[in-house]
Design a protein around this ligand. Sequence first.
Ligand code: NAP
Length: 470
Amino acid sequence: MENSLVMAGVGENAHKRETICILGTGDFGRSLGMRMLKSGYPVVFGSRYPKDSTLLPSGAQVFHHADALKKSKIIFLAVHRENYDFVPALSDLLDGKVLVDVSNNLRMNQYPESNAQYLSQLVPKANVVKGFNTVSAWALQSGNLDASSQVFVCGDDNKSKQLVMDVARSIGLTPLDQGSLLAAEELENYPLQLFPMWRLPLTIAAGLTVFFFLYCVVIDVIYPYVEKNSDVSYRLAISVPNRIFPNVSLILLGLVYLPGVIAAFIQLYRGTKYKRFPDWLDRWMLCRKQLGLVALAYAFLHVLYTFIIPTRFSVRWRWMHSIIEESKENKTMELNKLKSWRVDLYFALGMLGFGLYVLLGITSLPSVSNVVNWREFRFVQSKLGHVTLLLCTAHAAVFGWDRFLESKWYKWGLPQAYMLGMVIPCIVLVLKLILITPCVDRMITRIRQGWEIKPKNKEAPVCINNASLI
Ligand code: NAP
């Protein structure tokens, strides 16, 4: 213990575990060290200034880099890439040892090669493993690892990778093997991503919300003001949002199922499933779950806003007004049975659609989708999903009823918002109807089972080397 500073005694069961060396006594190094100590690992820190390292967790030892390295076969490098210059000097001491690169960058693809590959070039004798970079120092220290307990690990030496995965497991993390060190670039970009799958759905939802808001303001607020000198600006609080939410929700639900039918038609056209879909379609299909969940959120808001309609002052005033008018004229309005049917049907379709909507949302949760098999999942998400779309579209159609035939509903020639909201869902439903007709369905099923339309003039194989001429 020549120049070492012993911070405190090593834990009782520490002897059972391999000593872990951590180079760097910053936030991450200290938090990782604390976690390791709690799990029974003896921990030695390597630091430029061991004498100044006063914040280390109790139970850890601290040495100069070279002395710390001698004590362990597994070394975590908790230093930023910009400061890796000191590592090549330790090359001989790192010979055959496992060196874990935990570093992250400030920007995606900041360097031509990943930090782990760069480190591997600096010390080719060490077995570099990338890992732990997706876990935060805070999570390690607080023990709050529920949300971020997955540790992605990659490296070229399988044995070293297994060792690091074992360490991860024994400190309560869930290691996931990501393959060779080539995957390090992806792992380093991962913590820099900000809701990548949600960006497109949220952008579409925001765009549609703004569009419908402006559209409804023109039709429901500005039009009465200009044409009838009637100030109904109070509609901005409840009526206008309650037109936006159902329409955006319905369009988003349509957008969940549109890429599936487009993909089916592409496969039918090409006569094969062995060709890549265009990138835009791939990206669209990958974010269907998020599109569906945003659609469900809008549907929830529509339900809430609809519930409070009878308590609105303007609605109660209109009811009272009509009763007073009837009393003044001394007549009683007869029950309009058609209207009763229409309203009941409208609510029934809406409630059924919403119930299935919620079911789709629940089955998309990992905890639920993990306990159903692929066929059950497809049944709910595809079959029941299309039924949901049908019910919700019918709900909107019954709301509109025959209004689309009457010119008075086209204010300044503009169709009602619900008509716009139904365009995409109707397209999806019509295309789906074509796809489920027996002859088309048979064809698409065969293609999905691997059958291909044979090209008419199949070209002879091209000889690319002398061997193929023989
Ligand atoms: P930090 O608090 O700045 O600590 C970095 C440590 O590196 C310093 O304490 C220092 O330790 C050492 N160091 C600084 N300059 C050096 C130099 N020129 N030469 C040699 N060593 C030097 O950073 P950190 O937050 O702990 O992050 C460390 C690494 O973990 C980074 O690569 C980071 O991307 C990664 N990481 C961090 C987190 C996090 O939540 N913080 C999460 C995942 C990954 P000594 O003074 O003891 O030498």
